[in-house]
Design a protein around this ligand. Sequence first.
Ligand SMILES: [Zn+2]
Length: 212
Amino acid sequence: MRLAEERDEVIDIARRMTSDRLVVGTSGNVSVRAGDLVAVTPSGVEYDQLRTADIPLVDLSGEVVEGELAPTSELPMHLTAYTEHGAGAVVHTHSLQATALSLLRDEVPAVHYQLADYGGAVRVADYATFGTPALAKSMSKALRDRNGCILRNHGTVTIGGTLTKAYNRARQLEWLCELWLTAAKLGDPALLSDAELEHCATLFAGYGQTPR
Ligand SMILES: [Zn+2]
């Protein structure tokens, strides 16, 4: 079996998405790239029932090269993140706070320096129907020079060099959105300046391990 390790990692992160309450049931999807192949969650199977062989392998044009099950209907978004944004892994959630923020704002307000990990202000992509090339296009525009974006009335997309990195960005993005929503209920939140966020981004770039 090809890419057994990557396929198991996809299963592990899909299950964590559910236990960390970033999705409900089988919604959301995750993938990781290895060479010219992508291991991606299949459509409509409970994550706790997935076995290694259930994870489809597709090429970068979306053709299934191994596996019986059909890949997620959001495959166009995943492939776009690989071919246009240099992702090594992609996580798509329907997390509550981020999706709530997308109904109110065009980007995540600069509430915290952690936003620098995304390369700047995290944008909200224009709405398009799930699973369509139009949604992949809208996501791509919002993801330009960023490691994450929010899909209006839908959920989040985060990318990284590894699946763990992309997943941590999904969790962190949810926390950032919750922070703003929590403060905004009580008043007008104070925000960081663009200059300070850019300064933090340069610190992130040189901090610890490689940023992507
Ligand atoms: Zn979705």
